[in-house]
Design a protein around this ligand. Structure first.
Ligand SMILES: Cc1cc2nc3c(=O)[nH]c(=O)nc-3n(C[C@H](O)[C@H](O)[C@H](O)COP(=O)(O)OP(=O)(O)OC[C@H]3O[C@@H](n4cnc5c(N)ncnc54)[C@H](O)[C@@H]3O)c2cc1C
Length: 378
């Protein structure tokens, strides 16, 4: 894995740094983190600026090093991260780029890059989370459309989404439950779609239940073949686990540096147990950055799709993030409350990281079976 920067990539870094310095002071004030329509407008506005400046496709088209440079520089400059269109930019878009037809890429990718359309993910159901292949949302072919009926849950950003990457069961009689699944692009404004927001413990309606009542979805919206949706889903999940959280690692490393400086100032550095905790976290995030580089590099070698190594990253990252916020609370004590709602929301949301995108238990199964080659435990 050679991820050292070429001259051209260093020039890219310098140009980007200059552009960020000129652009960020003009950004509007960040919206209330609990106001999702306002967050959508803000995040899409940022995406539009990236698009106009030629940086929008960095997550998809840039070389691995350029992508890492982009993430480092935008984070260091305090630029917004992908936000409300996390799904569109970081896993639906890359899935369509890898698996869609030319017409599908033409229809869906430019609006994601321009910040015009936001996507959500309709995979989980009340009885299909870890065991995703048990999903029951039914799609019956009727001429040039599928008629879809069922329920999704934990659909992040559904309230503000235009499109949903939707998994449906097209063949209930298939010999294996993994076989009868199809990946569809569902327009969220189609008749029969009802979104009922759910409130998290932090008070956010970041995810929702989505009810589908005889919704007609054109067959042209199918990505991949009918009943081949499980394979397409593995592509989506490999982006979701392998590369989608990469930008956050840079933010965590910056937070860790700030914590060490604060600890020295406020005296908590004198506590050897806390010092050791920060040291261990520093080593953990360095290792995570190496895993990120390895995954990005592997994705380049395998035509752009990350492999099962994404589960190693996701497993370690979600736990390290929780430990980081716990350590931050120990360093800051009651001062943490003064950091404002954004920081405290981030801390609360870190609790969900070991569940979202597949729980830690499931990631361990994947690592055991697909990477270590151990026998199946179930
Ligand atoms: C913040 C957040 C955002 C999310 N966003 C989305 C989204 O946008 N779209 C979407 O479709 N879903 C989303 N999800 C849902 C997420 O994918 C599921 O919550 C997750 O896959 C777990 O499924 P479950 O909640 O049904 O738990 P269950 O599958 O019921 O699991 C319950 C417990 O049992 C354990 N368990 C289950 N099976 C096994 C096994 N075989 N071996 C060992 N342990 C096992 C699990 O690890 C867990 O601890 C989101 C979840 C969160 C927390």
């Amino acid at each position: 894995m050679d991820l050292s920067c070429t001259e051209e990539e260093e020039a890219y870094r310098a140009r980007l740094r200059e552009w960020l310095a000129a652009t960020l002071p003009d950004l509007p004030e960040r919206p209330d983190p609990l106001d999702w329509p306002a967050r959508r407008a803000y995040d899409c506005g940022w995406q539009r600026r990236l698009y106009d400046a030629g940086y929008a496709a960095t997550h998809w088209e840039a070389s691995p090093t350029q992508r890492l440079v982009f993430l480092e520089e935008t984070e260091l400059a305090g630029a917004p991260y992908v936000g409300a269109n996390f799904v569109g930019l970081l896993h639906a878009g890359p899935t369509i780029a890898a698996e869609g037809t030319a017409a599908q890429r033409e229809r869906w990718l430019p609006p994601i890059l321009r910040g015009d359309e936001v996507w959500c993910q309709g995979f989980s159901e009340p009885d299909a989370g870890s065991d995703l292949a048990s999903l029951r949302t039914r799609a019956v072919r009727d001429g040039d459309a599928y008629v879809v009926t069922g329920q999704k849950i934990w659909t992040s950003h559904a309230e503000v989404a235009d499109w949903c990457e939707l998994l449906v069961r097209t063949d209930p009689d298939a010999p294996s439950k993994h076989r009868g699944i199809t990946w569809l692009a569902l327009p969220m404004d189609a008749p029969g779609v009802t979104v009922r927001p759910l409130r998290t413990l932090a008070g956010s309606t970041e995810f929702a239940e989505v009810f589908l009542d005889e919704v007609r979805v054109p067959v042209a919206n199918r990505v991949g073949e009918e009943n081949d949706g499980w394979r397409v889903t593995m592509v989506t999940l490999s982006f979701e686990r392998g590369t989608a959280f990469v930008g956050e690692v840079v933010a965590c490393r910056r937070l860790l540096g700030e914590l060490a400086r604060t600890a020295r100032k406020n005296g908590t550095w004198d506590d050897p147990v806390l010092r050791r905790r920060l040291g261990r976290l520093s080593a953990e995030f360095q290792a995570l950055w190496r895993i990120v580089q390895a995954n990005v590099s592997e994705a380049r070698a395998t035509g752009g799709v990350p492999g099962a190594g994404g589960s190693v990253f996701k497993l370690h990252y979600s736990h390290a993030r929780q430990e980081l916020y716990d350590a931050a609370a120990a360093v800051l004590g009651p001062d943490a409350l003064d950091l404002g709602r954004d920081w405290n929301l981030d801390r609360l949301s870190s609790l969900s990281y070991t569940i979202a995108a597949g729980t830690s238990q499931i990631q361990r199964d994947i690592v055991a079976e697909r990477i270590l080659g151990l026998p199946k435990g179930r």
